[in-house]
Design a binder for this molecule. Structure first.
Ligand code: EL8
Ligand code: ZN
Length: 438
């Protein structure tokens, strides 16, 4: 970051597409892109737009997406729509689209282009050192796989953005604090030491069923996937107890050149689909902790199904990046009634919620993970290779960064080429949870 010796505030690039909140997964569906409009209204009415650069983001193309996803899958997403769905029966099943979790809705492909384009341009801002922190709350859709949709996620904007970061950064650290395991990102980079993935999540009878602490990577990626499986009821103190020592050790041992933090808001107390008990301040402490390392940082959204709390959290975490204190009394916005009856930024957590994570359990997890990290024989010696020409196709007319042979590695040799479940137990333990109270 450009802080240098005298403490200057980090340069924040914030991406917001005014149309992205108008897409709709369908009646009753818990994923509501409208939450992004509510978030943005708080950001504006707190005056945070004066403290950062706001960009209407690039709209990703098919070729941008097929840097990770298969061409057949992206072509399918481009073609399918509610009017022609009946002529895609086989493909719908094949690509896991059309059922309750990943429905076909009006503008589906356009929605994917917008949230993915924002994450891609956020990566470009960090690559060209035009910003110290880049924020895209519409991104963070961490379940999407190379060949299929999963868990409300169709295109994995995180993987696409990390591939862009790898053009100029030897080592990328991905951290996931969504309550669900970041399986799509872990799978994409499971075989490489160029990306370390660290996921804190609910594990046990919970979607997607992966994320056991013994999923540690394979081949060149052995030890570079880190999973912290947690039980229901995680509160601020417990979360800090595991997050800070583990991330401190990861930073010392892996020495990443850039950090991507998925800030899924479904780990907050009271989330419609979640079962943790974090406060906005407790969740935000993870952002504060990672920001302190003064390494280029990308913040992405993710899950989050109690809309008023998603907006509160992401507005608050935007303020942390801008180093601006926000009053607990919310400013008036067109969505003011969402925040009744308290109209405050920091809602109370559930004082009666039991924390199933005992101190002994958490201590054992930290010790196990620290032993895994001790196996890291220092930061990987990352050989830089020329990037194949095709990777400069993104935003062609943008100035190409100066040609620096030390900055452009080979990207594709580590992507999982097989879509196989060999590292997982095959079927994810799709939880049989009842549909939440609406
Ligand atoms: C629920 C899977 C979890 O409700 C997806 O849980 C997590 C995505 C995430 C739930 C529901 C779930 N799906 N990742 O945050 O970080 C297990 N799906 C659901 C879908 C449609 C729906 C209601 C629930 O609306 C209906 F189709 F019923 F109208
Ligand atoms: Zn989630």
């Amino acid at each position: 970051m450009s802080a240098g010796m005298s403490h200057s505030k980090p340069r924040v690039a914030y991406f917001y597409d005014p149309d992205v909140g108008n897409f709709h997964y369908g009646p009753m569906h818990p994923m509501k892109p409208h939450r992004l409009s509510v978030t943005h209204s708080l950001v504006l009415n707190y005056g945070l737009h004066k403290k950062m650069q706001i960009f209407q983001p690039y709209i990703a193309s098919g070729p941008d997406m097929t840097r990770f996803h298969s061409e057949e899958y992206i072509e399918f997403l481009q073609k399918v729509n509610p009017a022609n769905i009946q002529s895609f029966n086989k493909s719908l099943t094949h690509y896991n689209v059309g059922a309750a979790d990943c429905p076909v809705f009006d503008g589906l492909y356009e929605f994917c282009s917008r949230y993915t384009g924002a994450s891609l341009e956020a990566a470009e801002k960090l690559n060209t050192e035009a910003a110290d922190i880049a924020i895209n709350w519409s991104g963070g859709l961490h379940h999407a796989k190379k060949f299929e949709a999963s868990g409300f996620c169709y295109v994995n904007d995180i993987v696409v953005a990390i591939l862009e970061l790898l053009k100029y950064h030897g080592r990328v650290l991905y951290i996931d604090i969504d309550i669900h395991h970041g399986d799509g990102v872990q799978e994409a980079f499971y075989l490489t030491d160029r990306v370390m993935t660290v996921s804190f999540h609910k594990y046990g009878n919970f979607f997607p069923g992966t994320g056991h602490m013994y999923e540690t990577g394979a081949g060149s990626g052995r030890c570079y996937s880190v999973n912290i499986p947690l039980k229901e009821g995680m509160d601020d103190m417990s979360y800090e107890f595991v997050f800070q020592p583990i991330m401190q050790k990861v930073m010392e041992f892996y020495r990443p050149n850039v950090v991507v933090l998925q800030c899924g808001a479904d780990s907050l107390s009271g989330d419609r689909l979640g079962c943790f008990n974090l406060s906005t301040r407790g969740h935000g402490k993870c952002v504060e902790f990672m920001k302190k390392f003064n390494i280029p940082l990308m913040l992405l959204g993710g899950g989050g199904y109690t809309v008023r709390n998603v907006a509160r959290l992401w507005a608050y975490e935007t303020s942390i990046c801008c180093e601006e204190d926000l009053a607990n009394e919310l400013p008036y916005t067109e969505y003011f009634e969402y925040f009744s009856p308290d109209f405050t930024l920091h809602p109370e957590v559930n004082p009666r919620m039991e924390n199933a994570n005992s101190s002994a359990y958490l201590q054992a997890i930290v010790e196990t993970i620290e032993r895994q990290l001790d196996l890291l024989a220092g930061a990987p010696s990352v050989q830089m290779h020329d990037v194949p020409d095709g990777f400069h196709g993104f935003m062609k007319n943008r100035p190409k960064p100066e040609e620096d042979p030390d900055k452009k590695p080979q990207l594709m040799d580590f992507l999982k080429t097989e879509h196989n479940g060999e590292y997982y137990d095959g079927e994810s333990d799709q939880d049989g949870e009842e549909e939440p109270e609406t």
